[in-house]
Design a protein around this ligand. Structure first.
Ligand code: NAD
Ligand code: DAU
Length: 352
């Protein structure tokens, strides 16, 4: 049976995807991950005994390793999650973003092109990308869709845009069966606590300050990670090579409203007086070049592949907060390492 190569399968979305695909007996699934600060084998380690999921530690830029993996395994699908994914880190230091997101995608496209040259049967290289490549929306603008022009604003977004352009060119010039998925902000279990929602949940539980950038009125279109993974599975099953798919929850919410909802629910779950966590909110210096609003019109994937989101952010928060409370050891292992230095560099000056 031909297998799937999942890059970045030990990160937030990748590990949720591997869990879902393994539960559906899809694959075999070969996870390639460099285990950077954001990659954690603990996210999938319980799946490695069943024989369906295997793991290789390695860099997506390593062309020799990629050639070996394609030669040894009959790989029909590539699901390319591996990336440097955090906007704030791309502002502190953009280089790893170019190395992994651009050079890494180039190496992977080349490896697939060489291996799949003339191969029979359905193959698909799924480039997992972001809505950030489209830039920022004004409050009254219609949501992004598959026809939106690329206008990346952060080093992270620019590196993902470059990778998407490579994917498109490899399809157009070499005929590689590529599809691109441009998804909005995800939330859910196993998210690295540098991102807004897990950071605010853990800080609120611990009674630590809650750093809200600027006025906190920036808007994102939130999607549960399971819904994103279902959309990717739908593309892998029935998506068109050469197509792009805009994926989003239709669930726009300003940051401050999310942080306030987290505060209220954390107080409730911990039996603290209402308003306790709210008092930890600090409006701090804004993110440079901060995109004001993202929103996605997901009508195309609904129409073509029948995909629709099943979760909504605010009703999902109580369960998510319970998940992070139940996985304290997992979070603490992360927060005691490299994360501490990052936190100091990112928030030390802002919260001083
Ligand atoms: P993440 O940072 O949690 O995980 C990234 C994973 O990639 C980690 O396991 C890391 O070890 C691995 N990795 C990094 N560099 C590597 C390299 N050079 N070689 C091999 N592995 C490497 O990221 P995430 O939030 O799970 O995002 C996954 C993908 O989805 C990214 O491509 C991101 O751009 C995209 N995306 C994320 C969101 C979101 O809201 N988080 C939304 C839309 C799209
Ligand atoms: O839109 C999809 C993108 O969503 C993905 O491509 C990225 O990989 C993912 O990180 C995410 O990017 P954002 O920059 O939108 O996510 P982040 O969680 O970093 O921030 C969400 C919003 O919250 C944003 O407006 C910045 C704000 N924020 C974030 C942090 C970490 C704060 O106000 N304070 C914070 O401490």
């Amino acid at each position: 049976m031909s297998g799937w190569l999942i890059t970045g399968g030990c990160g937030f979305i990748g590990s949720n995807f591997v869990r879902l695909a393994a539960a559906r007996r899809l694959g075999p699934l070969l996870v390639l991950d460099a285990l950077t600060y954001a990659g954690n084998l603990a996210n999938i380690v319980d799946l490695l005994d069943g024989g369906q999921v295997s793991f290789v530690r390695g860099n997506v830029r390593d062309s020799a390793l990629l050639a070996q993996l394609f030669a040894r395994h009959d790989l029909s699908h590539v699901v390319h999650f591996a990336a440097e994914s955090h906007v704030d880190r791309s502002i502190l230091g953009p280089k790893p973003f170019l190395e992994t997101n651009v050079d890494g995608t180039f190496a992977l496209l080349e490896a697939a092109r060489t291996a799949w040259n003339g191969a029979a049967g359905r193959r698909l290289f799924l480039q997992v990308s972001t809505d950030e490549v489209f830039g920022s929306l004004a409050p009254d603008e219609p949501p992004f869709d598959e026809r939106s022009p690329y206008r990346p604003n952060s080093p992270y977004a620019a590196s993902k845009a470059a990778a998407d352009h490579l994917a498109r060119a490899w399809r157009h010039t070499f005929g590689l069966p590529v599809a691109v998925a441009n998804c909005s902000n995800n939330y859910g279990p196993w998210q690295f606590p540098e991102k807004l929602i897990p950071l605010m949940i853990l800080n609120a539980i611990d009674g630590k300050e809650l750093p809200v950038y600027g006025d906190g009125q920036q808007v994102r279109d939130w999607l549960h990670v399971e819904d994103h993974c279902e959309a990717l599975l739908a593309i892998l099953a029935g998506g068109r090579a050469g197509a792009t798919y805009a994926i989003g929850g239709g669930d726009e919410c300003p940051n401050l409203a999310i942080v306030s909802a987290i505060c209220a629910e954390v107080d409730r779950q911990l039996g603290r007086p209402a308003g306790t966590a709210d008092r930890l909110i600090r409006h701090v210096a804004d993110r440079p070049g901060h995109d004001r609003r993202y929103a996605i019109d997901a009508a195309q994937i609904a129409r073509e592949l029948g995909w629709r989101p099943r979760h909504r952010l605010l009703p999902a928060l109580p369960g998510l907060i319970r998940w992070y409370r139940d996985h304290r050891a997992w979070a603490e292992a992360i927060r005691s390492g490299e994360y501490r230095d990052y936190y100091q560099r990112q928030y030390g000056g802002r919260l001083a």
